[in-house]
Design a protein around this ligand. Structure first.
Ligand code: ZN
Ligand code: ZN
Length: 197
Protein backbone atom coordinates (compact mmCIF):
# COMPACT_ATOMS: atom_id res chain seq x y z
CA UNK A 1 0.00 0.00 0.00
CA UNK A 2 1.25 3.46 -0.88
CA UNK A 3 1.86 5.80 2.05
CA UNK A 4 -0.45 8.79 2.08
CA UNK A 5 1.67 11.65 3.37
CA UNK A 6 -1.30 14.00 3.32
CA UNK A 7 -3.41 11.90 5.67
CA UNK A 8 -5.60 14.24 7.72
CA UNK A 9 -5.69 12.16 10.91
CA UNK A 10 -1.92 11.65 10.94
CA UNK A 11 -1.20 15.34 10.21
CA UNK A 12 -3.61 16.43 12.97
CA UNK A 13 -1.96 14.08 15.44
CA UNK A 14 1.53 15.38 14.65
CA UNK A 15 0.39 19.01 14.77
CA UNK A 16 -1.29 18.50 18.14
CA UNK A 17 1.89 16.97 19.56
CA UNK A 18 4.04 19.84 18.29
CA UNK A 19 1.61 22.63 19.22
CA UNK A 20 0.69 21.32 22.66
CA UNK A 21 -3.08 21.12 22.26
CA UNK A 22 -5.84 20.45 19.75
CA UNK A 23 -7.76 23.55 18.68
CA UNK A 24 -9.58 25.24 15.83
CA UNK A 25 -6.37 26.70 14.46
CA UNK A 26 -4.74 23.28 14.27
CA UNK A 27 -7.74 21.97 12.35
CA UNK A 28 -7.79 24.94 9.98
CA UNK A 29 -4.04 24.95 9.38
CA UNK A 30 -3.90 21.23 8.72
CA UNK A 31 -6.90 21.21 6.39
CA UNK A 32 -5.58 24.28 4.59
CA UNK A 33 -2.17 22.68 4.06
CA UNK A 34 -3.48 19.38 2.75
CA UNK A 35 -5.82 21.18 0.34
CA UNK A 36 -3.15 23.64 -0.80
CA UNK A 37 -0.53 20.95 -1.37
CA UNK A 38 -2.97 18.75 -3.30
CA UNK A 39 -3.88 21.65 -5.58
CA UNK A 40 -0.25 22.36 -6.50
CA UNK A 41 0.69 18.70 -6.96
CA UNK A 42 2.71 18.10 -3.79
CA UNK A 43 2.10 14.65 -2.30
CA UNK A 44 5.21 13.96 -0.22
CA UNK A 45 6.25 17.31 1.32
CA UNK A 46 8.82 15.89 3.73
CA UNK A 47 10.23 13.34 1.30
CA UNK A 48 10.55 13.48 -2.48
CA UNK A 49 8.85 16.91 -2.78
CA UNK A 50 10.65 18.63 0.06
CA UNK A 51 12.75 20.91 -2.16
CA UNK A 52 9.75 21.92 -4.23
CA UNK A 53 7.51 23.52 -1.65
CA UNK A 54 7.30 26.98 -0.09
CA UNK A 55 4.53 28.57 1.91
CA UNK A 56 3.57 32.16 2.76
CA UNK A 57 1.51 32.23 5.96
CA UNK A 58 -0.50 35.34 6.78
CA UNK A 59 -0.88 34.79 10.52
CA UNK A 60 1.33 33.93 13.51
CA UNK A 61 -1.04 31.69 15.45
CA UNK A 62 -1.99 28.06 16.11
CA UNK A 63 -2.66 27.45 12.40
CA UNK A 64 0.94 28.39 11.60
CA UNK A 65 2.21 25.50 13.71
CA UNK A 66 -0.12 23.13 11.90
CA UNK A 67 1.06 24.40 8.52
CA UNK A 68 4.69 23.98 9.61
CA UNK A 69 4.05 20.37 10.60
CA UNK A 70 1.92 19.37 7.60
CA UNK A 71 4.22 20.97 5.01
CA UNK A 72 7.60 20.50 6.69
CA UNK A 73 8.30 24.13 5.70
CA UNK A 74 9.80 26.34 8.39
CA UNK A 75 11.34 29.81 8.69
CA UNK A 76 14.91 28.68 9.37
CA UNK A 77 14.89 26.75 6.13
CA UNK A 78 13.45 29.85 4.43
CA UNK A 79 10.62 27.76 3.07
CA UNK A 80 8.03 29.41 5.33
CA UNK A 81 7.50 33.17 5.18
CA UNK A 82 5.36 34.54 7.98
CA UNK A 83 3.50 37.70 7.03
CA UNK A 84 1.98 39.37 10.05
CA UNK A 85 -1.41 40.26 8.53
CA UNK A 86 -3.56 38.54 11.16
CA UNK A 87 -5.43 36.70 8.38
CA UNK A 88 -6.24 33.02 8.39
CA UNK A 89 -4.74 32.40 4.97
CA UNK A 90 -1.71 30.83 3.36
CA UNK A 91 -0.27 30.49 -0.13
CA UNK A 92 1.35 27.22 -1.18
CA UNK A 93 3.89 27.31 -3.99
CA UNK A 94 5.30 24.46 -6.05
CA UNK A 95 8.82 25.74 -6.76
CA UNK A 96 9.29 23.26 -9.60
CA UNK A 97 6.22 24.20 -11.60
CA UNK A 98 5.62 27.72 -10.24
CA UNK A 99 2.00 26.87 -9.50
CA UNK A 100 0.75 28.73 -6.43
CA UNK A 101 -2.57 28.57 -4.64
CA UNK A 102 -3.85 30.87 -1.88
CA UNK A 103 -6.20 29.23 0.59
CA UNK A 104 -8.15 31.52 2.92
CA UNK A 105 -10.64 30.65 5.66
CA UNK A 106 -14.12 31.80 4.64
CA UNK A 107 -15.61 34.71 6.57
CA UNK A 108 -18.80 33.29 8.05
CA UNK A 109 -19.52 36.29 10.28
CA UNK A 110 -20.30 39.01 7.75
CA UNK A 111 -19.36 42.46 9.03
CA UNK A 112 -19.76 41.48 12.68
CA UNK A 113 -16.91 42.20 15.09
CA UNK A 114 -16.17 39.00 16.97
CA UNK A 115 -14.80 39.50 20.48
CA UNK A 116 -12.59 37.26 22.54
CA UNK A 117 -15.57 36.43 24.79
CA UNK A 118 -17.68 35.37 21.82
CA UNK A 119 -14.85 33.12 20.59
CA UNK A 120 -14.47 31.59 24.05
CA UNK A 121 -18.19 30.86 24.27
CA UNK A 122 -18.22 29.21 20.89
CA UNK A 123 -14.92 27.40 20.37
CA UNK A 124 -14.44 25.63 17.06
CA UNK A 125 -13.94 21.96 17.82
CA UNK A 126 -12.53 19.10 15.78
CA UNK A 127 -16.09 17.75 15.52
CA UNK A 128 -17.17 21.02 13.91
CA UNK A 129 -14.43 20.78 11.29
CA UNK A 130 -15.00 17.09 10.62
CA UNK A 131 -18.50 17.95 9.36
CA UNK A 132 -17.30 20.70 7.01
CA UNK A 133 -16.18 20.27 3.41
CA UNK A 134 -13.18 22.17 2.05
CA UNK A 135 -15.61 24.23 -0.04
CA UNK A 136 -17.48 25.26 3.10
CA UNK A 137 -14.28 26.19 4.93
CA UNK A 138 -12.07 27.85 2.35
CA UNK A 139 -11.84 30.25 -0.55
CA UNK A 140 -9.19 29.13 -3.00
CA UNK A 141 -7.52 31.07 -5.79
CA UNK A 142 -4.60 30.39 -8.07
CA UNK A 143 -2.07 33.22 -7.77
CA UNK A 144 1.30 34.34 -9.07
CA UNK A 145 4.23 34.90 -6.74
CA UNK A 146 7.40 36.49 -8.07
CA UNK A 147 10.10 34.94 -5.90
CA UNK A 148 13.40 36.75 -5.78
CA UNK A 149 16.73 34.89 -5.49
CA UNK A 150 17.27 36.50 -2.06
CA UNK A 151 14.04 34.92 -0.78
CA UNK A 152 14.92 31.35 -1.67
CA UNK A 153 16.61 28.68 0.45
CA UNK A 154 20.40 28.43 0.16
CA UNK A 155 23.30 30.66 1.09
CA UNK A 156 22.69 34.42 1.49
CA UNK A 157 23.21 36.30 -1.78
CA UNK A 158 25.24 38.94 0.09
CA UNK A 159 25.88 40.58 3.44
CA UNK A 160 26.38 44.34 3.77
CA UNK A 161 26.86 46.84 6.62
CA UNK A 162 24.42 49.56 7.74
CA UNK A 163 26.06 53.02 7.63
CA UNK A 164 24.24 54.09 10.82
CA UNK A 165 24.25 51.18 13.31
CA UNK A 166 27.14 49.23 11.80
CA UNK A 167 25.22 45.95 11.95
CA UNK A 168 25.24 43.45 9.10
CA UNK A 169 22.27 42.92 6.83
CA UNK A 170 21.80 39.71 4.86
CA UNK A 171 19.67 38.69 1.94
CA UNK A 172 19.35 42.08 0.25
CA UNK A 173 17.16 43.55 2.98
CA UNK A 174 19.18 46.78 2.94
CA UNK A 175 17.85 50.15 1.81
CA UNK A 176 19.99 52.43 -0.37
CA UNK A 177 19.37 56.18 0.09
CA UNK A 178 21.55 58.88 -1.51
CA UNK A 179 24.17 56.23 -2.17
CA UNK A 180 24.32 55.13 1.48
CA UNK A 181 23.38 51.71 2.81
CA UNK A 182 20.92 51.42 5.71
CA UNK A 183 19.17 48.63 7.54
CA UNK A 184 15.40 49.06 7.44
CA UNK A 185 15.04 50.28 11.06
CA UNK A 186 17.71 52.95 10.53
CA UNK A 187 16.31 53.94 7.13
CA UNK A 188 12.81 54.35 8.54
CA UNK A 189 13.96 55.52 11.97
CA UNK A 190 11.73 52.87 13.60
CA UNK A 191 12.49 49.91 15.79
CA UNK A 192 10.25 47.45 17.62
CA UNK A 193 12.06 48.20 20.90
CA UNK A 194 13.20 51.21 22.88
CA UNK A 195 16.52 51.40 24.67
CA UNK A 196 16.52 51.06 28.45
CA UNK A 197 18.94 53.92 28.92
ZN1 ZN B 1 -3.91 26.29 19.50
ZN1 ZN C 1 21.13 50.20 10.97
Amino acid sequence: METNYLDLKQCLKEAEAFHGHMCGGINIGTRMSILGMKLIGISDPKGKDKKDLMVFVEIDRCATDAILIATGCHPGKRTMKILDFGKMAATFINLKTGKAVRVAAKNNDGNKIVTKEMMEQNPQTSEYFALKTDEELFDVEEVNIALKPEDLPGRPVRSVVCSVCGERIMDAREVIKDGNTFCRPCAENTTYYTNVR
